[in-house]
Design a protein around this ligand. Structure first.
Ligand code: MG
Length: 159
């Protein structure tokens, strides 16, 4: 009747790229490197849904060898994962996400990111939590080499 899913993703910083997190363009000196727009939290959330669905992962669904997904808007990819959840007879009941970044400060973009991510999954904004943390300068996130994100979802059986 319930299933849980866990998602994790990492992208490295690179110059000359926009920083897109939760579908929001965040002003920063660098962006994240990736075949798509490298929206690391959208990817983690999509993978959490696919994990709960037992439907593989986003690398399988949207291969980075496929030119169709070059520069892809990850909120659109997440929307497609949300559609798949419904097609398979499940509903996203609740979700929570963490973005791990030493920089930039993300608190003022939090509700906008929640709105975009929840909207893509077709759920209410209060069904999706999101927070950001630093790692106190430890590890690759702390050295500002990249950003990581984690997400969990709870699916409810609608069959
Ligand atoms: Mg990714």
């Amino acid at each position: 009747m319930y299933r849980i899913g866990l998602g994790y993703d990492v992208h490295a910083f690179a110059g000359g790229r926009d920083l897109i997190l939760g579908g929001v363009l965040i002003p920063y000196e660098r962006g994240l490197l990736g075949h798509s727009d490298a929206d690391v939290v959208a990817h983690a959330l999509a993978d959490a849904c696919l994990g709960a669905l037992r439907a593989g992962d986003i690398g399988e669904l949207f291969p980075d060898t496929d030119p169709a997904f070059e520069g892809a808007n990850s909120i659109e990819l997440l929307r497609r994962v949300g559609d798949l959840v419904r097609e398979r007879g499940w509903r996203v009941h609740d979700a929570d996400c963490v973005i791990v970044a030493q920089e930039p400060k993300l608190s003022k973009y939090r509700d906008l990111m929640r709105e975009n991510l929840a909207g893509a999954l077709g759920i209410r904004i209060d069904a999706l939590g999101l927070k950001a943390t630093t790692t106190e300068h430890l590890g690759f996130e702390g050295r500002k080499e990249g950003i990581a994100a984690q997400a969990v979802v709870l699916l409810v059986d609608c069959h």
